[in-house]
Ligand binder design. Structure first.
Ligand code: NAD
Length: 294
C-alpha cells in the first residue's frame, strides 16, 4: 500500500505501514476467531513490564491494546523498578509453565542492575514471540523454522507488499543490534540479497549506503541519513523512532529523499505499526504450534 509524493526528478512512493499493519491485524483477528471455534481456546500473550520507563509503558500499553483487539488474552505482569533478578526470573518461569500463555514478551530496556540476556533466555523457545532468546537466534542463524524478531519480519512484509525484489539486490543495513540490525541482515541473506552491515564504527557510511538498492536504517540516530547517503531509485526503510517537539521522527531525513528514493517508509506510520502486527502473528503462530505439537 503506497502513496505518491512527487519530487524534483522522479516519483517517491510512501510505504504505508499503518494500512499494511491493519490488514495483517484483521487477518490475525479472523484466525483467532477460527482458532477459538476449533480449539475452544485463544492465544494468550504475557507482557512483562519492569518499572515505569515512559517509553516502555507506552509500548506495552499499545501492545496490550492490540492483543485485546485481536481477540487474544492479555496476560500482563508488572514488577516494580527495584525488582530483583530472581523475582523477574520467577515470574518468567511461572509464565513458561502456564499452558494458557502462548507467548512471553519481556519489555526492554530493563532497569539497571537486571541482566536482560539471562532473563530472556528463561523464555522457552516455543513462547519466544520476540525471537530474542539464544535458541531463537540460533534457529535464525541456521535458517531453521522458528519465531523471528518482530521488527525485521515487519520490514520484510513491507518490502514484499511493495513487490521489492530481494534476490540479488544489494541491501545495506545500518545498525547491528540484536533486536533489529543483526536479525534483519540474516533474514535478507536468507532471501538471497547481498547484504552489507554498517554500524557506529563504520568508516565513511555514505560511500557504503550509496551502493544500496535497499537501505534499512536502524541506528537510533535522529536524522542520520539524508540525500548524500542514498542513490537514485533506492528503497529506504526507516526503523528509527525519536520523540521530538515536532512529533515522532526517524533516523532518515525523509524530506530530502523526495525524488531520489523510489520507496520510503514514513515515521510515524511505517515500520512501527508493523512491529506490533507481527507480535500478534508470532503469538498466533506460537499458539498453533503448541497445539499441533501437543
Ligand atoms: P541500538 O542502540 O541497540 O543499536 C543501534 C545500532 O546502530 C548499533 O549497531 C550501532 O552500532 C549503530 N549506530 C549507532 N550510531 C551509528 C552511526 N552514527 N552510524 C552507523 N551506525 C550507527 O538500537 P536498536 O534497538 O537497534 O534501535 C534502533 C532504532 O530503531 C531506535 O531509534 C529504536 O527506537 C528504533 N526501533 C524501532 C522499532 C520499530 O518498531 N519501528 C523497533 C525497534 C527499534
Amino acid at each position: 500500500m503506497t502513496t505518491t509524493v512527487t519530487g524534483k526528478t522522479a516519483t517517491t512512493l510512501l510505504l504505508d505501514g499503518t494500512a499494511e499493519a491493519r490488514a495483517l491485524r484483521t487477518k490475525v483477528a479472523q484466525d483467532v476467531a477460527a482458532a477459538a471455534q476449533r480449539y475452544g481456546a485463544v492465544p494468550g500473550l504475557a507482557t512483562v513490564l519492569v518499572g515505569n520507563d515512559p517509553a516502555s509503558v507506552a509500548y506495552v500499553t499499545a501492545k496490550r491494546r492490540a492483543i485485546r483487539e485481536a481477540g487474544m488474552r492479555d496476560m500482563h505482569c508488572y514488577l516494580p523498578g527495584n525488582a530483583a533478578q530472581a523475582e523477574v526470573a520467577a515470574v518468567i518461569d511461572e509464565l513458561a509453565q502456564d499452558s494458557e500463555v502462548s507467548g512471553i514478551l519481556l519489555q526492554l530496556p530493563l532497569p539497571e542492575g537486571l541482566d536482560a540476556a539471562t532473563l530472556i533466555d528463561r523464555i522457552p523457545v516455543s513462547k519466544d514471540v520476540d525471537g530474542l532468546t539464544t535458541a531463537s537466534t540460533g534457529l535464525l542463524a541456521r535458517g531453521a523454522h522458528g519465531l523471528r524478531p518482530c521488527t525485521p519480519v515487519g520490514v520484510l512484509h513491507l518490502l514484499d507488499g511493495a513487490h521489492v525484489g530481494l534476490r540479488g539486490a544489494h541491501a545495506v543495513v545500518v545498525g547491528h543490534s540484536a533486536l533489529v540490525g543483526r536479525p534483519m541482515a540474516r533474514m535478507l541473506l536468507q532471501r538471497d540479497a547481498t547484504v552489507t552491515v554498517a554500524h557506529q564504527h563504520t568508516v565513511d557510511l555514505a560511500s557504503l549506503t550509496r551502493q544500496a538498492d535497499i537501505l534499512i536504517v536502524a541506528a537510533g540516530v535522529h536524522g542520520l541519513v539524508g540525500a548524500e547517503h542514498v542513490k537514485q531509485g533506492a528503497v529506504v526503510i526507516d526503523v528509527g523512532i525519536h520523540r521530538t517537539p515536532e512529533g515522532l521522527e526517524g533516523d532518515v531525513r525523509a524530506h530530502e529523499l523526495r525524488g531520489i528514493a523510489r520507496l520510503i517508509t514514513p515515521v510515524p506510520g511505517g515500520v512501527g505499526p508493523m512491529t506490533i502486527a507481527v507480535l500478534l502473528t508470532n503469538t498466533l503462530l506460537a499458539f498453533e504450534q503448541e497445539r499441533t505439537c501437543s
